[in-house]
Design a protein around this ligand. Sequence first.
Ligand code: NAI
Length: 349
Amino acid sequence: MKDHMQNEGDTEYFVLRNEEAGLDGVIALHSTALGPGAGGCRFWHYSSRNEMLVDAARLARGMTYKNALAELPLGGAKAVLRVPDEPFDRAQLFRAFGREVAKLRGRYFTAEDVGTCVADMESIALETVHVAGLPQVSGKPGGDPSPWTARGVLAAMDNLAREHLARPLSDCTVAIQGVGNVGGALAKLLHSRGAKLVLADTNSDRVAKLAAETGAVVADVNEICGVEADILAPCALGGVFDAITVAKVKAKVVCGAANNQLVTEKDGVRLAERGILYAPDCVVNAGGIINVAAEHLGWDNQEVVRRVDGTAERLARVLARAEQSGQAPNLAADSLARERVRLGGALVA
Ligand code: NAI
């Protein structure tokens, strides 16, 4: 099955079916122009095959952009699997998925995403070498990518505070929406830098525990986007900013890990029109995929640190392009990613 998307080449879809193992899903391979298609495996509730195809296509395209902007030698892909309605054997399901990944002979490699964990990657690894996010081995890259994602967001935020707010993070208040794996790690890093925190999470125990640890104020989940803060960091789910939420934002900078924060491209323009600097999620949340890439490509930890801390510089390049072109940062990031893919990875300013 092939689908032509916005003149960016053909997205290939590989439909995955193994009734015995409960496997029902799709791999979308959006681009291999810069290297093997890399993107996690999402295990989620879908009501139809079409819903899976649409989600996989959108996510795979996002991975092409994210990997290109992170200057990784990787293309973009994503696997989407439906959580079966009937009881199932999780290890068997992921082994069956691993056999499907193996059939692509390295054109796609997988890792964790929403709904999957390290144990699932270990099941997949019984069938194919084209998997990352496995337990860390003796100081080499691997394991949970979330701390790296948090580190990259912090690097970007640190730079934005100095350049755009003209003060260090220790003089800033940061509001974090969602304090799970990434948001929780980010809160601790910010606390160690002396930043003041406002936190919100639908998991009230989690947020209360973290607030006690960091001296943070807890906000209502419905209010967090509009609290008084210098920086707003969405670290929960996507779809945060639409015309209504954009109008409520009081922070001058938005910089967080959540994927697909803007409901539409226009919402990035709306933020810019209100004078709010939006750091595109696909630029600032690449720390995790950098760690995953390092594990798969055999880089060492020093290289991971260098590249993750380079998030600030890569973001600055995108913001400079936005300023020069008069585009909102999200649009500047997308056009830079497309150019990079078209030029086979050459670094374009
Ligand atoms: P997670 O599931 O560990 O944390 C998400 C947190 O958000 C949870 O504590 C949840 O209770 C909370 N939450 C859900 N809805 C909420 C709402 N409406 N208001 C406030 N809190 C809410 O997920 P994780 O891994 O921390 O990822 C967070 C975001 O970052 C996701 O959008 C993910 O796609 C994105 N991301 C994660 C990466 C990683 O390395 N884990 C890499 C790149 C992006």
